[in-house]
Design a binder for this molecule. Structure first.
Ligand SMILES: NC(=O)c1ccc[n+]([C@@H]2O[C@H](COP(=O)([O-])OP(=O)(O)OC[C@H]3O[C@@H](n4cnc5c(N)ncnc54)[C@H](OP(=O)(O)O)[C@@H]3O)[C@@H](O)[C@H]2O)c1
Ligand SMILES: *[C@@H]1O[C@H](CO)[C@@H](O)[C@H](O)[C@H]1NC(C)=O
Ligand SMILES: *[C@@H]1O[C@H](CO)[C@@H](O)[C@H](O)[C@H]1NC(C)=O
Length: 377
């Protein structure tokens, strides 16, 4: 087989991006097909081959090239065309931003033959027109591929597991899970399987989570459930893309993640509060309401978890609070900000396949991205 060279452009060099650069550079040369040829932050771009995990930061800082993401596909194509000899060259862009603007460029890149790998959920969970454009672009001859493993559960094998099940003819009945690391942490602390004598108040857990950097700066951005709704949209669309042509159960066609039936946790009077500080200050007023629900569940031997469900048999995609017995894996096996995902399928029945582990953090997210990159090699 001809040797392969994969030219990588990385957009967004924060925690995950930096970690990704280190992970790529640490693959032994003999089996490393990757060459990082482009890096970009929101302001600056570096058109250069990256060979050291440290030196690129200063080089990017010093660069006078502006971030021009419309030009990057052309640049990569030119490098691919310069390939010589028997080496097969291809190009891939890693979008490690959370930007909608970057996501909207995927169709153009794919059409140009450049593959796209990303942990960014925006393109796949937003406007259906954008997603349709991605599907159409990637179907054209010579188009790039797109891979999205790290959009759900970071490095956990979620999308790939699902794709292999569907591709091999298994039928998914229901997927349910704790998909948000932040929500996982909050509920593991607040509604533990072993009740504590002096349980913390809901607002207190949220405040501490924010201080530790586990929430968004504005905790409402986590508590509104939108992140979970986006992940469910990606799972539901992936299930639908493999077609529910067998006629047994079908999912609603989601125009965007906003169509997911989401029961967020923001008390109505706190909706639309501008700053995270004010939100955290006013949340304690609603501790009584939260506490009543928790105590009721506790009396029934149950815990509360914020879960997402893609129920193919019932045709429902929803996110919200649910109760689970204290012996259930959602109650017993989660620690920290772990994610857990249960696949109930025809083959995995009556006992589901369970994927569990850390669902956030730079090292595991970058691994999910690198895992996708390796699929191109
Ligand atoms: N952290 C995790 O555990 C985790 C897990 C799973 C998935 N993810 C996903 O990973 C992605 C990255 O997350 P993040 O919080 O790091 O996002 P972010 O802060 O918005 O973006 C980080 C990087 O992207 C750059 N950037 C933003 N907008 C850009 C634009 N329009 N053009 C070029 N570069 C741009 C930023 O540049 P500047 O430095 O110039 O601002 C920064 O370098 C997100 O989609 C997130 O949802 C993260
Ligand atoms: C990538 O995504 C992670 C996860 O949010 C983020 O922390 C990081 O800043 C992003 N950028 C890069 C280049 O990894
Ligand atoms: C994720 O990517 C795979 C291709 O690797 C595709 O089959 C699936 O439909 C994608 N899902 C979404 C929501 O983009």
């Amino acid at each position: 087989m001809a040797p392969k060279e994969i030219l990588v452009g990385i957009i967004g060099v924060g925690l995950v991006g930096s970690e990704l650069v280190s992970q790529i550079l640490s693959i032994p040369a003999a089996r490393n097909p990757f060459k990082i040829v482009f890096l970009s932050s929101s302001r600056k771009a570096l058109y250069d081959t990256v060979t050291s995990p440290d030196a690129w930061k200063a080089a990017l800082d010093a660069s006078s090239d502006p971030a021009d993401l419309k030009a990057v596909a052309g640049y990569l194509q030119t490098l691919v065309a310069q390939g010589s000899g028997s080496t097969q060259r291809q190009a891939v862009i890693v979008d490690n931003t959370s930007s909608d603007d970057v996501a909207r460029l995927y169709p153009e890149w794919l059409k140009a033959g450049v593959s796209v790998v990303t942990p960014n959920k925006k393109a796949f969970s937003g406007d259906k027109a954008v997603w349709d454009a991605i599907l159409a672009a990637s179907a054209a001859p010579g188009a790039g591929r797109w891979l999205n493993e790290s959009t759900v559960g970071a490095g956990l094998p979620v999308i790939n597991t699902l794709k292999e099940m569907l591709g091999s003819g298994d039928r998914v009945k229901k997927i349910e899970g704790v998909f948000s690391g932040t929500m996982s942490y909050i509920f593991n602390e607040w509604s533990a399987a072993t009740p504590s004598v002096n349980p913390p108040k809901f607002s207190e857990v949220v405040r501490v989570a924010r201080e530790k950097g586990y929430t968004e700066p504005h905790p409402a951005d986590d508590l509104n459930g939108a992140d979970v709704a986006r992940k469910l949209t990606i799972l539901a669309r992936t299930v639908s893309a493999f077609s529910i042509a067998d006629g047994k159960g079908s999912l609603p066609e989601l125009q965007s993640y906003e169509d997911v039936d989401t029961q967020g946790l923001i008390p109505t009077p706190l909706e639309g509060i501008k700053t995270g500080d004010e939100f955290v200050e006013r949340l304690p007023k609603y501790d009584g309401d939260f506490e009543r629900v928790r105590v009721q569940a506790e009396k029934e031997g149950q815990v509360l978890r914020f879960v997402g469900v893609v129920d193919v048999e019932e045709g429902v995609v929803k996110a919200g609070l649910a109760q689970y017995p204290v012996t259930h894996p959602f109650a017993t096996s989660l620690g920290g900000s772990d994610n857990i995902i249960m696949f109930h399928t025809e083959r995995y029945s009556p006992r589901p396949l369970i994927v569990q582990g850390s669902g956030a953090g730079a090292a595991v997210t970058a691994m999910g991205v690198l895992g996708d990159l390796l699929k191109l090699a």
